[in-house]
Write a protein that binds this ligand. Structure first.
Ligand code: SAH
Length: 242
């Protein structure tokens, strides 16, 4: 039996993509880690900035491709930590927003592996911000909701209450949809069915903060065609509201 001290797993947010938008703490941990397990959403610039002597393990792929099973990621985090390594689990944006950071933390806790959450700048806020659309504004929006546009298809009932979200938008709130490119037509239709005004402004920000960032704008009625014509692809953030 080894008497090695268990390493710590840092659940780190890499920010929205631009390497300059990661925290000082994330930078320090990436520079001193033994191993980094990262998602495919993490910006290439961030991954490239990891020093050569740090082991880098990509885990996970975009929607459509194979992704490393969550159970396998959980196991690998535990094994690396129990082998005495300092582990960075690096995720795009913030590690606790639609990133399974909570599930991984629970798994680590169950296996007595010390962990720490290191917040990152979430795309939910960064993408609208850099596109000139402040999610809240004293004159226009005093509520912000962040939802997934791509629910677990095995769920029986939608976890999204479109009537409530519609009320939020009607009351002047901002609705931010992550993972919403594939189901944009369904989501736009759901909002219309919940009687959100057809003229409600909608913007989509693709690859926010990266050099090839694109922004398209329209209304609830026009955004599906506009996004289609522009060929908007994931990752993109959809913003609905005045
Ligand atoms: N933890 C991440 C979100 C993971 S869910 C965060 O806090 O940002 C994945 C979704 O995030 C994508 O489908 C997309 O909606 C959004 N996203 C992440 N990075 C993005 C970027 N650079 N530009 C636009 N959308 C992004």
């Amino acid at each position: 039996m080894s008497t090695m001290t268990t390493g710590t797993v840092y659940l780190v947010g890499a920010g929205p993509g631009d390497p300059e938008l990661m925290t000082v703490k994330a930078r320090r941990l990436l520079d001193s880690a033994d191993v980094v397990f990262h998602d495919s959403l993490v910006g290439d610039g961030v991954v490239d900035s990891i020093p050569d002597d740090v082991r880098v393990e990509p885990v996970g792929k975009r929607a459509g491709g194979e992704r490393t099973p969550q159970a396998e990621i959980n196991d690998r985090l535990v094994r690396a930590a129990k082998a005495g390594r300092e582990v960075v689990r690096l995720k795009g944006g913030d590690p606790t927003i639609f990133a399974r950071g909570g599930e991984e933390a629970e798994h680590l806790a169950r296996h007595d592996v010390p962990f720490e959450v290191v917040p990152g700048i979430t795309s939910a806020v960064a993408a609208p911000g850099v596109a000139g659309i402040p999610p809240t504004h004293r004159d226009h929006a005093s509520t912000l909701a962040v939802v997934t546009g791509h629910e677990d298809p095995t769920k029986e009932d939608s976890a999204l209450d479109w009537d409530a979200l519609s009320g939020l938008v009607d009351a002047g709130g901002t609705l931010v949809i992550l993972m919403g490119v594939g189901r944009l037509p369904d989501n736009a239709a759901a909002l219309r069915a919940a009687s959100v005004d057809a003229d409600t402004p909608v913007a989509m920000i693709e690859r926010a903060t990266l050099s090839d960032e694109r922004v398209v704008t329209g209304t609830l009625d026009t955004i599906v065609d506009i996004a289609d014509a522009a060929g908007i692809e994931p990752p993109a953030v959809t913003v609905v509201g005045n």
